[in-house]
Write a protein that binds this ligand. Structure first.
Ligand SMILES: NC(=O)c1ccc[n+]([C@@H]2O[C@H](COP(=O)([O-])OP(=O)(O)OC[C@H]3O[C@@H](n4cnc5c(N)ncnc54)[C@H](OP(=O)(O)O)[C@@H]3O)[C@@H](O)[C@H]2O)c1
Length: 369
């Protein structure tokens, strides 16, 4: 039997998800090294915006507390094109793990893939940007044989992308995809318009969500709906729709017009109570119909319609009954008929997101070695 090959791993981004990924990488590396038939994983590069730790000789960095070692590194940071050159010259196969949310890194994917380097990532930017970038990425992968996996770009570690791909690849006809795609929006509406009880004032719920760390530093980055629109763009494209960009379909922003341009997130939160009446009206209108309001995304595949915004649901509907900050994604298909295939659970958090990335890495390994 041939000796197992080394596979080199390079990790860009060591924040909330990146740190968890590095710990999980250590676990799987040890497990694989116990099996002589498995490939040997060698972590050769870890970087952040302004720091890098790498082995110019392609010798594996020693295990243990890589993020601390990265923070203490005195190596001169390399610009991205130089990192790509370094990885492309490696003496064996390379997997690049992009744990950033950087558009600059995402824009390099076609280049990375065309040089035979595989990619796994939770970064939505490459797959939800221009349609041209999407096409270039998959064309580059097809011609070089490098792999690209991005399960955690939608629903964190939940099996959303793999489920959709399996449905499509096995010939099922996906008619509609609908769900709550944002942990922040889930938390906000489950507390603002609960199925039992009356819930708090909208501005108070937004403030609470921010204090609990469920929102971005400026909550407007959640309330503008763009993050959900990016996830819908990815799923719609996988379902076969040629969606040009996350702004090419209707997306409802929950930022009052008057507060769009206020200077800071704090000022926004201070003034939000002035607009509570608008959201209260929406909640009461739903209640009069025995329903609750939720922030959802949906894709009607036959009509080629994608939209993001507020919708009313019966209290017994699975979307209404969601708890905490969970995500729920329902796939309506010909085979599943009236009862959709539902994926539900935590759609954010370092460990679960990194789990999706690590699982993708294992899939790439299986296909490369
Ligand atoms: N957190 C979640 O629950 C979750 C869920 C689903 C998907 N995701 C996705 O996972 C990715 C990572 O999220 P996160 O929460 O870990 O973000 P984060 O804590 O902000 O970490 C981002 C990391 O990327 C680094 N970085 C940014 N731009 C870079 C560049 N141009 N070159 C090198 N490094 C760069 C940052 O370095 P510095 O700190 O030095 O700037 C930081 O280490 C994002 O794409 C996010 O959308 C996250």
């Amino acid at each position: 039997m041939p000796a197992p090959k080394d596979v080199y791993i390079a990790v860009i981004g060591a924040g909330g998800v990146g740190k968890c990924f590095l710990s999980q990488l250590e676990v799987i590396s040890k497990r694989l090294s116990a099996n002589p038939a498995s490939p040997t994983l060698s972590l050769i590069l870890v970087s952040r915006s302004k720091m890098i730790l790498y082995s110019p000789e392609y010798v594996a960095l020693p295990h243990g507390d890589i993020s601390t070692k990265l923070a203490a590194s005195t190596q001169e940071p390399l610009p991205l094109p130089k990192i790509i050159d370094f990885l492309a010259a490696a003496p064996s196969k390379v997997i690049l793990v992009d744990n950033t949310s950087s558009q600059d890194v995402a824009d390099q994917y076609p280049q990375v893939l065309s040089r035979g380097i595989s990619i796994v990532t939770p970064n939505k930017k490459a797959f939800s940007g221009s349609y041209k970038l999407w096409q270039d990425i998959f064309a580059a992968a097809a011609s070089s044989g490098a792999k690209v996996y991005h399960e955690s770009s939608v629903g964190a570690g939940l099996p959303v992308i793999s489920t959709l791909k399996d449905l499509v690849d096995t010939g099922d006809s996906v008619t509609k995809i609908e769900g709550v795609f944002s942990g922040t929006m889930s938390f906000l509406f489950n507390s603002f318009a609960p199925t039992e009880g009356s819930g708090g004032k909208w501005s108070a719920e937004v403030k609470k969500a921010k204090e609990l760390g469920y929102t971005e530093p400026d909550p407007r980055d959640d309330l503008n709906g763009l993050d959900v629109a990016r996830k819908l763009t990815i799923l719609a494209r996988l379902a076969g729709l040629q969606v040009e960009s996350p702004t090419s379909f209707p997306v409802q922003s929950l930022i009052p017009k008057e507060l769009e341009s206020v200077g800071s997130g704090d000022e926004f939160l201070q003034r939000l109570p002035e607009f509570d009446a608008q959201m209260e009206e929406t909640k009461v209108a739903a209640e009069k119909e025995g329903k609750v309001v939720r922030f959802v995304g949906s894709i009607d595949v036959a009509k080629k319609e994608v939209k993001v915004g507020l919708e009313k649901f019966d209290r017994s509907h699975p979307i209404a009954a969601l708890k905490g900050s969970d995500n729920i994604i329902s796939f309506y298909t010909k085979r599943y008929g009236a009862n959709p295939l539902i994926v539900q659970g935590a759609g954010a958090g370092g460990e679960v997101t990194a789990m999706g990335v690590t699982a993708d890495l294992l899939k790439v390994l299986e296909r490369l070695t």
